[in-house]
Design a protein around this ligand. Structure first.
Ligand code: ATP
Length: 319
């Protein structure tokens, strides 16, 4: 394992009676990487999260946190792991400082380090001014920060966040996303979410699970390429014969949309060549090119394609 691989998961599998909920999931994540873990309802996200946080025993497979086997040495492995569950167990009647101090004790941080660890986690999570406020009186956004502060209190290598922005208002969402982005610099972060925009804005890697199996795992940029325009909507005042358009370099097919409108479908990776050829030929041939619109797929469309159709690919390691 390379030094910077902070979490390694191999062949993780979980049966619930006769039901196979997670089927051979494997991936690695390095320091500085933020992994978005996506999937439709019932795909196996929570089951996977619970297994990699040591809260549910796998039927098969291994999890290593910073090279330590989670099943063989759970206490040591968990000491390097921070977890924000979907509903963090906050005590509303405690102040932020009391709660974080309590968490630090549960984490068995040495007494002399507790005060400093609490102050640092508070600082990193934008809680510097609310140490003496009762958790029950804080806004939901601030409570979520407290949840994140308890997850990073012991400076774990791996931070796992389950739907961290659910129920927050747009400003709180932006702030929490910024915080997660910052955490990503020093830790490996795994983020379970339903929100594709969230993955797009903060994750470096993305992984999609469907029916318990990884169907897609790639760097974020690769998912962006999948969404890149593969078609151009074109309006030509004096269109040439369809065959002439179909013969342009990089064009796979032509779909007529009306008397002067059509859609050009490109061959893989040929979008720019085809667009350039079209513009040159249109100018030279007097085709009267008045509209040229690249049609990008939305991330939602790519997600649906990956989680429903036959387009799914076998999982590859995210790192
Ligand atoms: N305790 C359980 N007993 C039996 N089946 C379960 C149990 N927990 C989950 N399942 C089943 O395992 C599958 C995966 O569930 P899981 O909760 O991991 O999915 P998920 O991706 O987290 O879904 P959601 O996004 O809805 O939370 C589902 O079919 C679910 O019904």
């Amino acid at each position: 394992m390379s030094d910077d691989t902070l979490i390694r998961v191999e062949g993780l599998t979980r049966w619930y009676g006769e039901r196979l909920a997670v089927d051979g999931v494997g991936f690695e994540l390095r320091r500085g990487q933020v992994l978005g873990f996506l999937g439709p309802n019932g795909a196996g996200k929570s089951t996977t999260m619970q297994m990699i946080t040591g809260n549910l025993a796998p039927s098969a497979g291994r999890v290593e946190i910073s090279g330590i086997d989670l099943l063989e040495r759970p206490r040591e492995a968990k000491a390097r792991l921070g977890y924000l569950p979907e509903t963090p167990p906050l005590y509303r009647e405690l102040t932020v400082d009391e709660y974080l101090t309590h968490c630090a004790r549960l984490r068995r941080l040495p007494r002399r380090r507790i005060r400093e660890a609490v102050a640092r986690a508070r600082e990193r999570c934008g809680l510097a001014d609310v140490g003496r406020r009762l958790i029950g009186n804080l806004s939901k956004g601030y409570r979520q920060r407290v949840g994140i502060a308890q997850a990073i209190l012991h400076e774990p290598d791996v931070v796992i966040l389950d739907e961290p922005t659910v129920g927050l208002d747009p400003i709180q969402i932006i702030e929490i996303r910024r915080l997660i982005g910052e955490l990503g610099r020093d830790h490996s972060v795994i983020l379970s979410t339903h929100i594709l925009a969230e993955v797009q804005s903060i994750c470096t890697h993305v992984q999609i699970i469907r029916d318990g199996r990884l169907v897609y795992a790639a760097a974020m940029a690769e998912l962006g390429e999948r969404a890149a325009a593969r078609t151009l909507r074109v309006r030509l005042r004096r269109p040439p014969a369809e065959q002439e358009l179909a013969a342009l370099p990089g064009v796979a097919s032509v779909e007529p949309l009306g008397p002067d409108r059509l859609r050009l479908v490109f061959a893989d990776g040929a979008a720019e060549t085809a667009a350039e050829a079209l513009v040159e030929r249109a100018a030279a041939g007097g085709w009267g090119l008045v509209e040229l619109v690249p049609e990008r797929k939305s991330l939602e469309e790519v997600f649906v394609e990956l989680t429903t159709g036959d387009a799914a690919e076998p999982g590859r390691a995210a790192a």
